[in-house]
Design a protein around this ligand. Structure first.
Ligand code: NAP
Ligand code: HSE
Length: 432
């Protein structure tokens, strides 16, 4: 029973979890794959640094060749992050017939097709479950569990850091910067947390998820994305008052042959199941024509949850090795990508305005909306401290993005409108 040797690239938050799971669950893993799994080399930047997990110092190296050139290493697990140099390492590993498991959504969202092609050409597996929603097995569920269905919508909270920040800001009234620091301390945030808070991390995950769920090659550029940095206390407060909870939401929707994919702060009815997904937890709602609604929930970041997905991929690789079927599980996209234009994207919208407090203001605003066929579902109006101004918050009925953008442009030109303070998509009745 010869051991399967693994080369680990990275021993940070996720890498430490991988070492722990391989050690602590060795019996179960052996039972699954029929042989021991052993970490043979670990690539790091700083070999003398204090680690969250104890490893034999002789396993550590700063030389990638110690992993790539070792013929005994069958599987490379990449948990170091980065894009271009990491792509080089993984292409090199695949050329050397080493299977690859990665948690790297930055890389997969940009170079996923190239790497999957290289894997297929070399008869290797390339698995990346941990790249989306940490410990939730969402990619396998889309590809295998729902293989027989036609998926029409995926809506998810796929970034733990921003969900942690929004939860603490809205439930505990904590300041944005303080919560972000805490998320970094807990290992949820990326090395550069700008990609979390600007929505880029979630956009990468949505590109990966939409590619698999819709069986189309979705590129990162196809995902319209916006982060959480401009959300204010007032937005959270008025949202709550109107019965909504703010989430950074990834939305991927298919109508006929066309799709839309976005990441943006959106308001959900507080009774919606996604609205109660708090802290670093992630959740993905998936709608299939046959299955209807499904929801996947769990920790979207952190050492052991993410490492669970990584090591489960490793189990998949080793099972395929036993069966001699590596490199055959990925299916190429079935459909040509067709993106919806702004006239084909429909939603409700939350809009907060400061207006001059004078007679006829409200009717001027309503006429502008009704000229474009858009009506209001909810309205709030409050005087502001500055006596001559008042605040108006509306939630519209369904409108096309194109009409809504025209309305915003025309509102800016209205003399009675002092300022458009904020605007958000409002998503989801409880069943959608
Ligand atoms: P991390 O804590 O920053 O760890 C990165 C590790 O890689 C460190 O051990 C570092 O070495 C090593 N490393 C980085 N660049 C290197 C280089 N050029 N050469 C050699 N070693 C290098 O990162 P992480 O949070 O574990 O994330 C790893 C990957 O998993 C990323 O792609 C991330 O997006 C993804 N991911 C993370 C989470 C999470 O919850 N953290 C969840 C899902 C996916 P030193 O230790 O010596 O500095
Ligand atoms: N920074 C990411 C998050 C880690 O907060 O969700 C998991 O991909």
């Amino acid at each position: 029973m010869q051991a399967i040797s693994v080369g680990l690239l990275g021993l940070g938050t996720v890498g430490s979890g991988v070492v722990q799971i391989i050690e602590n669950h060795q019996d179960k893993l052996m039972h699954q794959v029929g042989c021991p799994l052993k970490v043979k080399k670990i690539l790091v930047k700083d070999p003398v640094k204090e680690r969250a997990v104890k490893v034999d110092p002789s396993l550590l190296t700063v030389n990638p060749a110690d992993v790539m050139e070792d013929p005994e290493i069958d599987v490379v697990i990449e948990v170091m992050g980065g894009i271009e140099h990491t792509r080089e390492h993984l292409l090199d590993a695949l050329k050397k017939k080493k299977h690859v498991v990665t948690a790297n959504k930055d890389l997969m969202a940009v170079h996923g097709s190239e790497l999957l092609t290289a894997a297929q050409e070399n008869g290797c597996d390339l698995f990346f479950e941990a790249s989306v929603a940490g410990g939730i097995p969402i990619l396998r569920s889309l590809v295998d569990g729902l293989a027989s269905d036609r998926i029409t919508k995926m809506m998810g909270i796929v970034n733990g850091t921003t969900n942690f920040i929004l939860t603490k800001m809205s439930q505990e009234g904590l300041a944005y910067e303080d919560v972000l620091k805490e998320a970094q301390r807990l290992g949820y945030a990326e090395a550069n947390p700008a990609s979390d808070v600007d929505g880029v991390d979630a956009a990468r995950k949505m590109a990966i998820m939409a590619s698999l769920g819709f069986s189309m090659k979705i590129d990162l550029e196809d995902v319209k994305s916006k982060g959480i940095t401009s959300i204010t206390e007032e937005d959270l407060k008025y949202g709550k008052q109107l019965g909504y909870t703010m989430k950074l939401l990834g939305i991927a929707e298919r109508e006929g042959d066309k799709v839309e994919i976005s990441v943006e702060p959106a308001l959900l009815p507080s009774s919606h199941p996604l609205a109660s997904v708090n802290n670093e937890y992630n959740a993905v709602y998936v709608y299939g024509e046959a299955v209807g609604e499904t929801m996947f929930y769990g920790p979207g970041a952190g050492s052991l949850p993410t490492a669970t997905a990584v090591v489960s991929d490793l189990v998949g690789v080793v099972k395929n090795m036993r069966l001699g079927v590596n490199g055959r599980s990925s299916v190429s996209p079935q459909y040509e990508k067709q993106l919806k234009d702004d006239g084909e994207i429909h939603s409700k919208y939350f809009l907060r305005l400061h207006v001059h407090d004078e007679v006829g203001v409200f009717s001027e605003i309503t006429s502008l909306f009704s000229k474009h066929g858009v009506s209001f579902e909810k309205i709030l109006q409050m005087p502001l401290k500055a006596k001559e101004l008042s605040e108006i918050v509306v939630v519209t009925h369904q409108a096309s993005l194109k009409d809504y953008q025209t309305i915003l442009m025309e509102l800016r030109d209205l003399r009675v409108v002092k300022d458009i303070k904020s605007s958000y998509r409002v998503e989801g009745s409880v069943s959608a």
